[in-house]
Design a protein around this ligand. Sequence first.
Ligand code: ATP
Length: 391
Amino acid sequence: MDLKTGEEAGSVVTGEKSDFRVGGLGSKVKDVGSISNKDGFFRADMIDIKNIDIQLEKHLSRVWSRDREAQRAKEEWEIDLSKLDTRNVIAHGTYGTVYRGVYDEQDVAVKILDWGEDGMATAAETAALRASFRQEVAVWHKLDHPNVTKFVGASMGTSNLNIPSRNPSSDSQNSLPSRACCVVVEYLPGGTLKQFLIRNRRKKLVFKIVIQLALDLSRGLSYLHSKKIVHRDVKTENMLLDAHRNLKIADFGVARVEAQNPRDMTGETGTLGYMAPEVLDGKPYNRRCDVYSFGICLWEIYCCDMPYPDLSFAEVSSAVVRQNLRPEMPRCCPSSLASIMRKCWDANAEKRPDMDEVVRLLEAIDTSKGGGMIPEDQANGCFCFSTARGP
Ligand SMILES: Nc1ncnc2c1ncn2[C@@H]1O[C@H](COP(=O)(O)OP(=O)(O)OP(=O)(O)O)[C@@H](O)[C@H]1O
């Protein structure tokens, strides 16, 4: 190997795109200054050739994989991360961090998914996660509905992404695995539906708002189902509100395009209190598992409360499957609404209505006169009416 100094050596070994330099290997070349002669050549006996070869091999494989990634045809949904201005951290989710940012002058939320590439997950696991991420965003980017969080774009790497560092003197890129995936969606400033319900726990919501939120959620789900997408994790934490209290379905972490063969869709996915009995029981399921979870959300929206506050995870799952446990229906709940909840959480998935039918049933509810919000027999008490309902 004819090793030369500085720029010359760099261009010989790596080609024009590379930033590889003999000098860059630093400690591997013993005292470069003192071993080069006046013509600029190194003394071969002073150079740790074996180490340089190893470094070179590693470097070339990095460059080639970067080139392969760059040459790969860009997907429609891939965005130019250099145009993304990422700001403060909003939240830490299970698989990564959510940042607020600006893309093309639009307020966005940026979710960086770190699947433990740098240690925890095996290469095969990471490859599988990346493949399913690719499938999910390909589906999500085609969706367009006022009750589904708008997808802006995604990226299979983070090499051009600038994340503000907590320590300004350190290189912020250092903390990001370069192959972490990132998804950019519209920013929704109203927080999660869960947070909104908790804020209204004491006063409860006026009936009009209950129905508006329920309609938003049912329309969003009906749209997803029309595209053959099963969300599989419908819960109030996964619904976000915009500045005008419009509800938008978020978090497509486990959403799936519905399998042609229902037997292909099994496995415990979702969040316990919202999971349909067939999902809890490991049986095959379909879009009707979202209808069940919607029924639980509807109860939660009406009551601004938690469905099973005193039961453990194990107790809930066994009682839902074996004893047909469901949230306690408040006496004041208008029968039109209570009947929708009961239909949606029927143990028999086939008896549950389709989401478009739920939309029709909700649209038919009259909210102009308070919708029967005054309990007929208040003296006997109703747990959701300890105070007058509404703000
Ligand atoms: N588009 C958005 N606009 C505003 N805030 C958002 C947006 N998306 C997520 N967030 C905030 O970030 C939090 C975490 O979001 P994320 O989807 O990662 O949650 P998670 O439910 O923990 O994720 P996962 O279900 O994948 O574990 C949300 O609870 C919400 O507060």
